[in-house]
Each structure stands twice: as structure tokens, then as C-alpha cells.
Design a protein around this ligand. Structure first.
Ligand code: NAP
Length: 249
């Protein structure tokens, strides 16, 4: 069964990792996919081709999620290219710039807040009018278990991911009466380029703390997004779903 037949979806940061996994699973479910990258053009264009070959409409856009103006321009272009309708927004773009608070620079704090959190405000504002007119829409924000429980060495990242949860719940309250749902996913340890940067000891430490004793795949996260994006979750809003192999249990 295809759960997203002819739905138009925007995914930020899909040139690799979790965003790419979501784009692939969504296209398999019949969704048309507009997705962004900030610098990884070659893999983004490859993904665009791959999705089109699955028989859906797909387009890669270079757009810095941290820029309010670029988010507005992006949504205007997507509306032109995808027949004026947006059914689902997935705020997935994110970065880490880890350091102990003692050594963290102001620039690294600001960059993580701007790309991970301000971007969610930018994109949600930019699609809001369209979703209100449609009286339907699903917004999914990619938070993290670190936003729920904190993590030493990631004050900037944890603050951005916790902020996304507050934002998610507030949007759910503001827009619920117009049939616009907003939920967050809190992935645990998912094997992507973001986690490839960690040393083996840290990775083993994460794995040891996971009841399912493995890192998650991008498909594990994409499947959770599929639930929130589709009508399977039509009575669910304002929620944070931990997809973490039981890590926070
Ligand atoms: P990743 O492999 O590093 O991919 C990040 C994606 O975001 C890339 O496509 C990147 O494209 C894009 N991006 C970065 N800065 C951007 C910007 N300013 N504007 C637009 N796009 C931008 O990361 P990931 O592991 O897939 O993580 C995806 C999301 O899941 C992030 O929000 C992350 O915090 C969250 N998450 C990941 C894990 C995990 O274990 N991997 C756990 C919890 C939460 P460019 O290369 O073109 O910049």
C-alpha cells in the first residue's frame, strides 16, 4: 500500500543521511519530493535522478535553512514547481559543532542554533499560509534524544533540539484547529556521516546503552516520518516520538 500517493513533501537537508533516507522511502510511497542541500550538490542531483526514476516528481534546491529569506524564496519556488500544494514539511537539516562549554565559541553556538532551530521557524513560517489555505498539513521536526536528556559536550546542539520540541508543541496548539499537525521525532544513534565523526570508544558507549544493541538506520527514521506524514497519524499532534532502540527507556 502506498501511503503518500501524489502528496507533495518538502524535506530540508536531504543530500545524505536521514534526509536522503526519508526522500527514498517517501518516493517509494508515491510522494513527490522537493528537497534541499546547502553545499553537497553532486549527491543532491544524483538523488533527484534516483527519485524521478521511481516515477515521482522530485527536485533538489540549494537553500540555506538558516536564512529566513532563502526559506521564503524556496517555498515560493516549490509552490510554482509542484502545482501550488504542500502536504508535508520535514525540518531535517542539522549540524553539530561539539565542544565542552568551556571551549565552545560564540560562533559555534550561534551556527548550531541558526541551522538547527531558527531554520524550523523560517520554514514553518514560509509554509504556514499554504497549509492554512489547504486546511490540512503535517509538519515533522527532526529533534534528537539529546534534546530530551541533554549531553555533555553538546550544549549548543542539545539546546537547539530541545528548542525544536517546544516549537513543535506550540505549533501543534496554534494550528490544530485548522487540521495542521506538528510532531517531532527524537532519533537516538543513527549511523550517518554525522555519527561517523565520533570516535570508536564514544560509538561503543552509545551502543552499550541501547536496549536493542544496535544503531538505527536512516530507514528506521524514515518509517517514523511516514507515520507522521500520512493519515495513519491523523489524530496525533504535538508528540515527540523517540526512535532510539529504547535508549531513553
Ligand atoms: P548528515 O548526514 O550530516 O546530513 C545533514 C544534512 O543536512 C545534509 O544533507 C546537509 O547538506 C544538510 N544541511 C546542513 N546544513 C544545512 C543548511 N544550512 N541548509 C540546508 N541543509 C543543510 O546528518 P544526519 O545524521 O542525516 O542528521 C539529519 C538530522 O537528524 C539532523 O537534524 C540531526 O541533528 C538529526 N539527528 C541525527 C542523529 C544521528 O544519529 N545521525 C541523531 C539524532 C538527530 P549539505 O552537505 O549540502 O550541507
Amino acid at each position: 500500500m502506498k501511503l503518500l500517493e501524489d502528496k507533495n513533501v518538502i524535506i530540508t537537508g536531504a543530500s545524505r543521511g536521514i534526509g536522503m533516507g526519508i526522500a527514498q522511502v517517501f518516493a517509494d510511497h508515491g510522494a513527490n519530493v522537493a528537497f534541499t542541500y546547502s553545499s553537497s550538490e553532486a549527491p543532491a542531483l544524483e538523488l533527484e535522478k534516483e527519485l524521478i526514476a521511481k516515477g515521482v516528481k522530485a527536485k533538489a534546491y540549494k537553500s540555506n535553512a538558516a536564512s529566513f529569506k532563502e526559506a521564503e524564496d524556496l517555498v515560493a519556488k516549490v509552490l510554482e514547481d509542484f502545482e501550488g500544494r504542500i502536504d508535508v514539511l520535514i525540518n531535517n537539516a542539522g549540524i553539530t559543532k561539539d565542544n565542552l562549554l568551556m571551549r565552545m565559541s560564540e560562533a559555534d553556538f550561534d551556527a548550531v542554533i541558526d541551522i538547527n532551530l531558527k531554520s524550523v521557524f523560517n520554514m514553518t513560517k514560509a509554509v504556514q499560509r499554504t497549509l492554512l489555505k489547504q486546511r490540512k498539513g503535517s509538519i515533522i521536526n527532526m529533534s534528537s534524544v539529546v534534546g530530551v536528556k541533554g549531553n555533555a559536550g553538546q550544549t549548543n546542539y542539545a539546546a537547539s533540539k530541545a528548542g525544536m520540541i517546544g516549537f513543535t508543541k506550540s505549533v501543534a496548539l496554534e494550528l490544530g484547529s485548522r487540521n495542521i499537525r506538528c510532531n517531532a521525532i527524537a532519533p537516538g544513534f543513527i549511523e550517518t556521516e554525522m555519527t561517523d565523526k565520533l570516535d570508536e570508544k564514544t560509538v561503543q558507549g552509545w551502543r552499550d546503552g541501547i536496549p536493542l544493541k544496535r544503531g538505527g538506520s536512516t530507514e528506521d527514521i524514515a518509517n517514523a516520518c511516514l507515520y507522521f506524514a500520512s493519515d495513519l497519524s491523523s489524530y496525533v499532534t504535538g508528540q515527540v516520538l523517540n526512535v532510539d532502540g529504547g535508549m531513553l527507556t
